[in-house]
Design a protein around this ligand. Structure first.
Ligand code: PSV
Ligand code: MN
Ligand code: MN
Length: 391
């Protein structure tokens, strides 16, 4: 059993943890088959930010919101940033969108047409200008580029084109800005994706330099992939920059983080703790990237934040000295038992205490339900926005 008598260090690490919410998760979303609109969803970037601020108000752990351009494009990003700050949140990562224009049918930065590549790269540069205006540090890049058929385009040329666009964006970064590069095994392309895996993302980041790091989206792997190994490897190499948390049963399901496989989330967070990377000063961004197609959005996001916190709390409870000793001595069963002891500990009371100590309600979802916020947005907002998916 885990010794819970002195939780000072565990609590202070949990208190410092920050989870970023995605603006698009507050908007309507769906599958290829149907978008089920919900009452009260945001109609503007400001309303998405207001919902993100509400998540932060009840969790105390989600003080920034990622934007997606052009979905969240406004005339005055300085004003939007001030608006966010007034509500108690910061603008987080700026996500680019080079996947929704007709022009991108055969790719964006890897398109065989130089004109399309120029347009896509200009969009990346525009996103960096938005970062200048919002004070965001992170440019998050996900490319839908890929091929459906063998022979459709030259695999290697596409890597050269990708590298060229990334170089141009990288050269435009200023101050402490950095690139977070995502990979994804498949979808929307099915034969080949231009950044299919962490190794490809890592290699491009290495070529770019120290301000380029990999973003692990937990839904972007083949089933059964050992994601904590990727975490351990990238941390060791100093090339892990961020997570897009979500959970999946089959593909890029974008379900609530920790819903499908809480044990995997724990194993990931254990590697983070083991690597000393939980401290915000280390610079890893813990973001959510998910869609709520059938469930109410704000409570689902609150639940996801809580799930990440619970996985983190369990990871912090691992008796690392005992684990190391057991590992060194090759005590296999005991090593496994030490890890499982932490995983099997009910950490909900610890997190409830922490919230109470911070002046929050110990049960953020119940507090949200009682707050009247949902009724207010349902009454005020008619004709909610679509995240951009499943139109
Ligand atoms: C598409 O797979 C995706 O989920 C990527 O993970 C991006 O992070 C996100 O969309 C927003 O563009
Ligand atoms: Mn993602
Ligand atoms: Mn995804």
């Amino acid at each position: 059993m885990i010794d819970l008598s002195d939780l000072t260090a565990v609590k202070s690490a949990l208190r410092a943890q920050r989870i970023e919410t995605p603006s698009w998760a507050f908007a309507n979303s769906g599958t290829r088959f149907k978008v089920f609109p919900q009452a009260g969803v945001p109609r503007t970037p400001e309303e998405k930010i207001a919902d993100a601020a509400t998540v932060h108000r009840f969790t105390g752990a989600a003080p920034s919101v990622a934007l997606h351009i052009p979905w969240d494009r406004v005339a005055d990003f300085g004003a939007l940033t001030r608006y966010a700050r007034d509500l108690g949140v910061e603008v987080g990562a700026i996500n680019t969108n080079v996947f929704q224009d007709e022009d991108y049918k055969l790719g964006s930065v890897t398109n065989p047409d130089a004109g399309v590549r120029r347009k896509a790269t200009d969009h990346l540069l525009e996103a960096i200008s938005i970062m200048d205006a919002t004070g965001s540090r992170d440019l998050k890049l996900w490319f839908s580029d890929g091929l459906n058929y063998p022979g459709q385009d030259d695999l290697r040329d596409r890597q050269d084109r990708l590298a060229e666009a990334l170089r141009e964006a990288y050269a435009r970064l200023g101050g402490d800005q950095r690139i977070l590069l995502e990979y994804k095994l498949f979808e929307p392309a099915f034969y080949a994706t231009d950044i299919p895996d962490w190794g490809t993302a890592y290699a491009h980041c290495l070529e770019l330099g120290e301000r380029a790091t990999v973003c692990i989206d937990t839904g972007h792997h083949a089933p059964g992939t050992n994601i904590e190994f990727i975490v351990a490897f990238l941390l060791r190499a100093g090339k892990l920059g961020a997570f897009d948390f979500n959970s999946r049963f089959y593909a890029d399901d974008d379900l609530m983080a920790g819903a499908a496989d809480p044990f995997q989330l724990f194993r990931i967070m254990y590697e983070i703790v083991r690597g000393g990377a939980l401290d915000p000063a280390y610079g890893i961004k813990f973001m959510l990237d998910q869609c709520h197609n059938i469930e109410a959005k704000i409570p689902a996001i609150i639940r996801s934040v809580m799930n990440v916190q619970e996985a983190t709390a369990k990871a912090l409870l691992v008796d690392r000295d005992a684990l190391r000793a057991a590992q060194r001595e090759g005590r296999v069963l005991e090593s496994n038992a030490i890890l499982m002891d932490a995983y099997n500990t009910d950490v909900r009371p610890i997190l409830a205490d922490l919230r109470t100590e911070a002046g929050l309600d110990p049960d953020p979802i119940a507090a949200y339900r009682r707050s009247g916020y949902q009724e207010k947005i349902v009454a005020e907002r008619v004709g909610g926005d679509q995240a951009g998916w499943g139109a």
